[in-house]
Design a protein around this ligand. Structure first.
Ligand code: PEP
Ligand code: MN
Length: 363
């Protein structure tokens, strides 16, 4: 079924929100001081939209679940003092009522909510007839139709000021990213809805602040329409997502270091340019190197375990299984045995060297 959306530019207080849209602010509003200080610094830097979570969807109970409605007056105060546009996440109709009662300008729907059509429909029904911008994050799982469906539900309820936010997709097990970007999905969304602004959330994709600049650049290279980045006056003390938040000063450095390309006539055409293929390869090589580094960290953990439990380093059965499994996968994907086994042998040798070092320490 070919989907269509009726999209209009985001207008707030009679002013159109210009592209690229840069949104920043803390994962969660934690105190009046934290909100005001972070917001003031961002406003001084020229950021126009402030984000802060009021209700936090935590994977497991016991984490910081946000302060709830008591924090909303701080956002209102920040807006009145600085003129910042205010955005927060809503997941039920109570959240929407509270947010609108406190003059929140933009509502966003989080990844866990987008994945639930019942919840999305309830929000859409409640918002019907209200002229408020709704930003829709991708669902936690890489399902383009679920993302499309959420956008359609809001659009059918009459909401036209919409923006999509790409925040990556859940992965099980070790991965370089907290949420894998799987860039093909946002590109497909852009193909389906060329008029729908699409912004990138490198904070939730990476989960670590050192990877944020590369993901931002990649998004800009792919013609994204903006960035959604978490910032906090004191990231290491943040009550949620502390590893991925940056100070407003570091945010400025990140933004200043990005190369903003000239707008492309057709965002999808960009993938065909030689230069862009090269950029793609640069990112992939970086991913390979970073994945190797992450693998070596796991190898070292195994080394410690073997040392503690007096297990030998080299286990030939395990190595034979790895080689067979990986070359088999390579073959399926059209890679030669030679390529896969040369790469694997080099990795395996490095792993043995690292574990030997650990064992020598124990002697
Ligand atoms: C957030 O933006 O703080 C958030 C909870 O994001 P997501 O829904 O992408 O996990
Ligand atoms: Mn967060």
């Amino acid at each position: 079924m070919e989907a269509k959306l009726n999209i209009e530019p985001v207008v707030i207080n009679g002013k159109e929100l210009e592209l690229p849209i840069i949104i920043s602010g803390p994962c969660s509003a934690e105190s009046e001081e934290q909100v005001m200080q972070t917001g003031r610094q961002l406003a001084e830097m020229g950021i126009s939209v402030f984000r802060a979570g009021i209700w936090k969807p935590r994977t497991r109970p016991g984490g910081f679940e946000g302060l709830g409605a008591v924090a909303l007056p701080w956002l209102k105060k920040l807006k009145e003092e600085t003129g910042l546009i205010i955005a927060t996440e809503v997941a039920n109709t109570y959240h929407i009522k509270q947010a609108l009662d406190h003059d929140v300008d933009i509502l966003w729907v989080g990844a866990r909510t987008t994945a639930n059509p019942f919840a999305v429909q309830e929000l859409a029904d409640y918002l019907a007839g209200k002229n408020i911008p709704v930003f829709v994050k991708n669902p936690v799982n890489p399902d383009i139709d679920l993302w499309t469906g959420a956008l359609e539900r809001f659009n059918k309820a009459g909401l036209k000021m919409m923006v999509a936010i790409h925040r990556g997709f859940s992965v099980y097990g070790q991965s370089l990213y907290r949420n894998k970007p799987q860039w093909g999905l946002p590109i497909e969304l852009k193909r389906r809805f060329p008029n729908l602004p699409l912004i990138n959330d490198p904070s939730h994709i990476t989960g670590r602040r050192d990877l944020i600049p590369a993901v931002c650049q990649k998004a800009l290279d792919l013609n994204f329409d903006g960035l959604f980045i978490e910032s906090h006056i004191n990231p290491d003390q943040a009550l949620s997502d502390k590893d991925q938040q940056v100070t407003p000063t570091d945010l400025k450095k990140i933004l200043d270091g990005l190369i903003w390309r000239k707008p492309q006539v057709n965002g999808l055409e960009i993938m065909k340019d030689l230069e862009d293929y090269r950029t793609e390869i640069d990112h992939m090589d970086e991913e390979i190197i970073r994945t190797l580094e992450a693998r070596m960290r796991v190898v070292e953990k195994i080394g410690e375990y073997k040392l503690k439990n007096k297990v030998t380093i080299f286990q030939s059965d395990r190595w034979a299984d790895i080689l067979k499994d990986r070359t088999g996968l390579g073959k399926k994907l059209g890679l030669s045995d030679e390529l896969v086994s040369v790469v694997l042998k080099a990795i395996h040798q490095e792993s043995i060297n690292r574990q030997t070092k650990i064992m020598n320490r124990g002697e």
